[in-house]
Design a protein around this ligand. Structure first.
Ligand SMILES: [Zn+2]
Length: 499
């Protein structure tokens, strides 16, 4: 092979990655520091940048290079880069520049209308914007589906290889188990709120967030921490990974679990192998696998008893007045309360995936054309009653609670459940590989786990698809058994209920 052809490919690929990072920086800025009046201008900037990326992806010279390289025998790293960029190029070529611009504009308008509608607690002002977004996504799905299920074409953007035909039976198996466990817990009458009495100084919570992510081995010289209304993380490069967090003066839990969750994402972004960083393979293998890393740290480690044996003394030394009378046992119980909530982001580990089952059901019908946007609030309420056992009091607590549809993200929600299932499988494999894992966590030593995750999950990036990476690390693909075992074991013991 003519090495100059590879160099040409690599330059184009790295430029595309850099343009994507610039687009991600624009949206990070929008969520953290953009002046209120600048949202229209930002919408135009984002649309212009998306148009440039689309144009470059659709360049005939790039298509020729890819065709040439696909015929060559390449190293695993190079083959993955060609395969992944080829996938992006194929997707881009099936959509017009006008569609790309229309989507970017509909996203800005959707976000604005959603914020307004949510403030009014009424779906109606958002409905026309959502209708436009659904139409654009259905157009995209039709262009990408190759005659298959439209919803799968959207799902594949976030979770390559996932299928509605596999997810429906998967939820069919986990939903009854989750209902059974949450009903058993409710019957014990032990699920009382564990309120805090004192004030938790915000600066000290900021310092605590930094101490926690440092203990996880997060490189603070290759990152930033900022405040935002909803915590999120953005990886621009392994040397520039940005986390945000939120803080409440009356409750330290949002800041603690926000930091653990976002840092779990951040460690993945910092951990891509040096040989693939900055290339198409130097990215998460899927959104579900990304979410597995955040959930693993937030829930499986961060809500475990050994973790609080190690970190409660530090917590109470930072907030001695607010936590007077508290100990590790009580705090551990307080971070593992099971109480069905109408709000997904406030849900506990047991009921969380019921919220996702609801969203999958509703959005698959929306994309498939079986449900009209106008009927969405009703369908949402029905599904909430059926799955969670109550009716949302208003649209803000129901159909308007998530930002995803406002941004036109349809097919994203299942990645949360996939992440929860992968997290349990991955942690079970880590326990087998590291026999002293929980003793180390109990001493506050989190680095052995991070090192194992880095080697097995982070460093390979997207060299393989997510399920293959998980199978290589754990011996099994996407499966619910380790997750359900984990829930029954932990909450069975906490609440005294049996399977
Ligand atoms: Zn997350």
């Amino acid at each position: 092979m003519d090495e100059r052809r590879w160099d040409d490919f690599e330059r184009r690929m790295r430029d595309l990655r850099s343009l994507r990072a610039a687009a991600a920086l624009l949206s990070w800025d929008q969520e953290t520091c953009l002046p209120r009046k600048a949202s229209d201008a930002r919408g135009r900037q984002a649309a212009a940048l998306e148009a440039v990326i689309h144009e470059r992806l659709c360049s005939p010279a790039l298509a020729d290079l890819i065709a040439e390289l696909e015929a060559e025998t390449l190293s695993a790293e190079r083959a993955a880069q060609v395969r992944l960029l080829a996938r992006e190029v194929r997707r881009a070529n099936r959509l017009s520049a006008a569609w790309v611009r229309a989507l970017a504009e509909a996203q800005s308008a959707g976000l604005l209308a959603w914020r307004e509608a949510r403030a009014q607690r009424s779906f109606a002002p958002f409905a026309p914007r959502l209708r436009a977004l659904v139409a654009l996504r259905r157009e995209q799905a039709a262009a990408l589906a190759d005659g298959g299920e439209a919803y799968d074409a959207l799902l594949a953007i976030y979770e390559p290889g996932a299928r509605l035909a596999a997810l429906r039976p998967l939820f069919g198996r986990i939903v009854p188990e989750l209902r059974k466990l949450s009903d058993a817990i409710a019957e014990t009458g032990k699920s009382r709120p564990n309120a805090f009495g004192g004030r938790f100084d915000l600066d000290k919570q900021w310092d605590l967030s930094l101490a926690l992510v440092r203990a996880m081995g997060f490189d603070l010289e290759a990152s930033r921490l900022d405040r935002s209304a909803h915590p999120f993380s953005t990886g621009l490069d392994p040397t520039d990974v940005r986390l945000t967090n939120r803080f409440r003066e009356d409750d330290p839990r949002p800041a603690i679990f926000g930091a653990l969750h976002e840092c779990g994402h951040g460690l993945y972004e910092q951990g891509f192998g040096a040989a693939i960083a900055g290339t198409c393979a130097g990215e998460a293998a899927s959104f579900g696998l990304h979410e597995s890393q955040s959930r693993l740290w937030e829930n499986l480690v961060g809500r475990s008893r050994p973790f609080w044996d190690a970190f409660f003394p530090e917590l109470s030394s930072r907030f001695p007045d607010a936590l007077a009378g508290w100990d590790a046992t009580r705090f551990h119980a307080a971070v593992n309360e099971v109480r069905p909530s109408p709000i997904r982001v406030e849900a506990d580990e047991v009921t969380y995936n019921l919220h996702i089952a609801l969203r999958l059901e509703v959005e698959a019908e929306l994309v498939g054309g079986d449900l009209d946007v106008a009927d969405l609030p009703g369908a949402w309420s029905d599904a909430t009653r059926r799955l969670l056992g109550f009716t949302p009091r208003n649209d803000a607590e129901g159909v308007l609670q998530d930002i995803h549809w406002a941004w036109g993200e349809l097919g994203y929600f299942p990645t949360y459940t996939i992440g929860n299932l992968y997290a349990a499988s991955i942690l079970a494999a880590a326990e087998r590989a590291l026999p002293g894992l929980w003793e180390a966590v109990g001493r506050g030593e989190l680095l052995p786990l991070r090192e194992w995750l880095r080697a097995k999950i982070h460093a390979p990036g997207h060299l393989r698809d997510a399920e293959e990476t998980v199978r290589a690390a754990t011996g099994e693909g996407l499966t619910e058994a380790p997750f359900l075992d984990y829930l029954w074991q932990k909450y069975g013991a906490l609440y005294g209920v049996g399977r």
